[in-house]
Design a binder for this molecule. Sequence first.
Ligand code: FES
Ligand code: FES
Length: 155
Amino acid sequence: MRDMMITLTVNGKSHEIPVKPNETLLDILRNHLHVASVKATCWQGDCGLCTILIDGVPIKSCLVLAHEVDQKSVTTVEGLSTEGKLTKLQESFIQNGAVQCGFCTPAFILLGYYLLEKGKQLDRKEIQHVLNGIICRCTGYKQIIDSILSASSNI
Ligand code: FES
Ligand code: FES
């Protein structure tokens, strides 16, 4: 299959990337750009661990073909902090004991960031609803929800 060139901005940096018609955004992020925080487990939209933001909206990157994101902007957790300084939300995750493992935490933080960026009053139910897209069977979601609520009250 022939490659096509796409231009993709990842965490503020523009990349010209040759992609195959059947390659996913997840393939590109992990295999071409080596973005470590974007995890791949199910490759079929179930686990949510490959969640990233496309133009600010959370999307499971295994479900998106790379050529569909030509000229778009992707944010991963690496793109949230500036000059090594963690965001309020990341600090809140640490303070509330919500940093669980390296597989799920980046996706949870991105969803929390998305909710905070909406700038409206959040409640536990709404946060829970959005976090449903990410499966963690190891612990509870309580600390994660607490972290997002606490960051939202500090904005
Ligand atoms: S790898 Fe994308 S949802 Fe599981
Ligand atoms: S998947 Fe990360 S703690 Fe369960």
